[in-house]
Design a protein around this ligand. Structure first.
Ligand code: ZN
Length: 506
């Protein structure tokens, strides 16, 4: 390797190490840390963030980028080195726009805000949470202001935020996709509401010890390897990876709502498989940072929903649930489980929402976030606007802010512009699922047999191993031959729900 390129790689590897340390502190905060550690943890996160930011944005990184760029002039555009330089250059230019103090303030406010959110949500006290949200919004606006004239493709403040969570994605495109998605989902949900059925399965008692056993078995079927993975409990499940061989997933158990732990764990394991599948030669480069969160979410959703709520998987897992749960679930059949976990019911909580109503939870957040960022909606007006939108989109009355506007962790830690990636991930999962079936005619049979490796190998080859070498747009072009689209997801959903409800929906 050339001298300049190896010097650049060395520097970028150190930045990745610092980010790994930040991830570890964040993971610890959400799984292990006693509450009184919060104040000092916020300081530590702020310090690490500042050091990483200073080291990455200094002039020396720029000189290394310049030297590596001229050394690699004319090299194949598809080479890892060229892609590393291009991604690092873009990130460097973006990070240089943000003063170190602002980056540290954002990290600090996010950490404090998250602790405040836990308490405010438990007390159903939006007033206690509001100043933290206001602070995060003020910081986000200062952040957006740093990008004046940065990129001609930025058309609005929200584009700046979205670009951090899904590079290259713009508000205009998301609005168009979400309009189409909403127009498909609203009548579908209305039709299914007329055919609502009772279900006692999801809330039936299933002792947590048995659920732990089930979750462990399912994750191992998927590819969870104790040598490189951990599973821990948390309040708001997430996955993080400190290295390709150090993947941390979390879930939450409730004796009277077993799908939460099972599907939450499958979801986070899907994220983990993506991180664990990155080619080893990309370790400690920016290409191992999987920064298209919509692509990330396509992996978690694919395992959670398209695999986990499929008829073959339900047939496979129902007898094991019956065995482990006993009691009211002792005679559970695959058909009963399949119907129960695919029931469509407009409800309050996003993370408990079914696949059809889920998209509307995201459309609502996408619209409110834009209004907040642009100042068209104030923090004090937010609960009322939230409740009105829930009524309009889902027909649901919101009984408390704890289960309404305060239900998600994101805004408390300053993650604004993040939510759309969840629904974009659903759309991408539909596209990948269709393509995998075209490429693998025996895919369904392998799932019936409980063999997930056929699917995992396909995902590794087409999606995981390249890390973030390609943008979300390029990756989809390469794998499915076209741009992000609503139709494959909606077709998949209508076919499955038609089966569940015994209706013709297409
Ligand atoms: Zn996820």
């Amino acid at each position: 390797m050339s001298e300049s390129m190896s010097a650049l790689r060395q520097r970028l590897a150190e930045i990745e190490d610092l980010r790994g340390a930040t991830e570890l502190l964040g993971w610890d905060q959400q799984t292990m840390m006693p509450p009184r550690g919060a104040e000092q943890r916020a300081e530590a996160l702020g310090t690490l963030e500042r050091i990483a930011h200073e080291r990455f944005t200094d002039d020396q990184t720029g000189r290394l980028l310049d030297a590596a760029e001229s050394e690699l002039a004319g090299v194949d555009d598809d080479s890892n080195d060229v892609r590393i330089i291009r991604k690092a250059r873009r990130n460097w230019e973006k990070a240089r726009r943000v003063p170190t103090d602002l980056a540290a303030e954002m990290a600090h406010a996010g950490s404090i805000g998250q602790e405040a959110w836990v308490a405010a949500r438990a007390a159903n006290d939006f007033g206690a949470f509001a100043p933290h949200l206001q602070r995060n919004l003020d910081l986000v606006r200062r952040y957006v202001d740093c990008f004046d004239d940065f990129d001609p493709s930025y058309e609005c403040a929200y584009d700046v935020l979205l670009d951090d969570y899904d590079p290259g994605t713009r508000t205009r495109e998301v609005s168009r996709l979400f309009d189409e998605l909403r127009d498909e989902l609203v009548p579908l949900i209305a039709t299914l509401s007329e055919h609502a059925f009772e279900d006692q399965i999801r809330t039936a008692a299933f002792p947590v010890s048995g659920q732990r056993q089930l979750v462990g078995e399912v994750l191992r079927m998927m590819g969870f390897d104790p040598a490189g993975w951990r599973l821990d409990d948390t309040v708001h499940p997430f996955a993080t990876s400190l290295a390709i061989g150090d993947v941390r997933v979390t879930t939450r158990f409730d004796e009277h709502w077993f799908p939460m732990a099972l599907y939450g764990a499958m979801h986070e394991c899907g994220h983990g498989l993506y991180a664990a599948g990155v080619a080893p030669e990309l370790e400690r480069t920016p290409l191992a940072s999987l920064d298209s969160l919509s692509t990330h979410e396509s992996q978690s959703r694919l395992w959670e929903n398209l695999v986990g709520r499929s008829r073959p998987f339900c047939d496979r897992i129902a007898p094991r649930i019956a065995e482990l749960a006993g009691g009211p679930l002792a005679a559970l059949s695959g058909e009963q489980l399949f119907r129960a976990v695919n029931q469509v019911t407009p409800s309050l909580i996003r993370i408990e929402a079914d696949e059809a109503t889920y998209g509307l939870h995201i459309v609502l957040r996408f619209e409110l976030e834009q209004q907040l960022v642009e100042g068209r909606l104030s923090v004090s007006e937010l609960p009322e606007a939230w409740n009105a939108a829930m009524k309009q989109y889902l027909g649901v009355d919101v009984p408390s802010d704890a289960d309404g506007v305060m239900q998600d962790v994101h805004w408390s830690c300053g993650l604004i512009g993040y939510f759309p990636t969840y629904a974009l991930g659903n759309l991408i999962s539909g596209q990948l699922w269709r393509q995998a079936h075209l490429d693998l005619p025996d895919l369904d049979q392998s799932l019936v047999e409980g063999d997930f490796q056929v699917l995992l190998s396909w995902l590794r080859e087409h999606v995981h191993q390249v890390g973030s070498k390609y943008s979300r747009r390029e990756l989809l072009e390469r794998v499915v031959g076209g741009p992000i689209a609503v139709e494959p997801f909606v077709s998949y959903l209508k076919a499955k729900l038609g089966d569940v409800y015994q209706l013709s929906l297409s």
